[in-house]
Write a protein that binds this ligand. Sequence first.
Ligand code: COA
Length: 379
Amino acid sequence: MSNPEFHPGLADVPAAESAVSFIDGKRARLEYRGIAVETLAKDSFFEESAWLLLKGVLPRQKELADFDHGLIKERTIHFRLLDALKCLPESGHPMSALQAGTAALAMFHPMPDVHNAQANWEAVIRLIAKLPTIVAAFHRLRQGHEAIPPREDLGHAANFYYMLFGKEPSPAVTKVLDACLVLHAEHTMNASTFSARVTGSTLANPYTVIASAIGTLTGPLHGGANEEVLDMLDEIGAPEKAKSWLDDAVATKKKIMGFGHRVYKVKDPRASVLQDLAEKVFAETSKPVCYLTATSLEAAAIPVLGPKGIYPNVDFYSGSVYQNLGIPKDLFTPIFAIARVVGWLSHWLEQIGNNRIYRPEQIYIGQRDQHYVPLEQRP
Ligand code: COA
């Protein structure tokens, strides 16, 4: 039998049938269960969009109220998990703390099998509810402060902000943060979602599934890019330096962080929504240098990279927004994770609903039929 064709990065190879989200990369279209993400970022909110992704339809009032109630009740974390977070080094990356904390949830909530729909739904609620608490608690602890317990009277986004800073966000800040969560909640078969599906296909428990996905999101080619965008903007230093920095980067074949996408060959629709949000946030203050540098870098890059289908992606403007909200750079990817957990769980439910373990092929390129040479006879 001849070898099947190899597609590096599995580009263009379908890895699942899915009804969760849809992308048209040429038309800048992203839909969650058929609804445009721009509409959801504007008219919906995180909890409602989460239900939509998980269940496939918008919730009725009672369903949403019960879902909200369940999330609020599950926000607290066990004191032993908090103790475990206290033992982690303050200098460690919060994504590693989040991955460790999420993996530890499996020990507090053992799930010997994943064929019980009610138990699975409880795990879904627990994971969505507890991830923000783990991130905020680790952030407080590493600064030498006590963790702030969650509040029951705040929505998901506002409560996360409160647990980080100990103060309630304004309605404008709440809307921006909430819209960021909606925009990051799901994105078809990206690396971390694939990772979740692969782990899920072994019938591993959902905490382990999500811990796998969190690990995959960490890398700079995936979720970690948003931090690197701010490093790059800091390195450029000023809007007027963007053009010469870009020329140099293109000449030395350096990648522009926050640009390019496997699927989008036009500007990522989420980048456009985030830029609008950034403009609104900055309307109340002055525009920060990093944002002005980003817009000037985009203007300089489009004529050079645009013809190759390389445009700003979701990470290009998210950092400028988060930084303006006072959120430290190394929490950008954990925030991505507390949103994306919804997409991962939607895919997990889909995967185990019609499961076959992932076991792809490889194309062997190594040697065959070699002799074993005893150690003392080796040259
Ligand atoms: N800046 C400059 N050139 C880029 C680029 C970028 N951000 N992204 C891709 N390219 C170029 C590559 O150099 C390559 O050029 P070549 O064919 O001349 O070698 C070509 O476009 C294809 O790039 P490749 O990395 O193979 O595409 P991919 O589909 O495998 O990767 C990304 C997609 C997202 C990983 C890639 O665009 C990237 O690394 N972007 C920067 C990191 C980032 O923003 N990630 C967040 C994604 S949401």
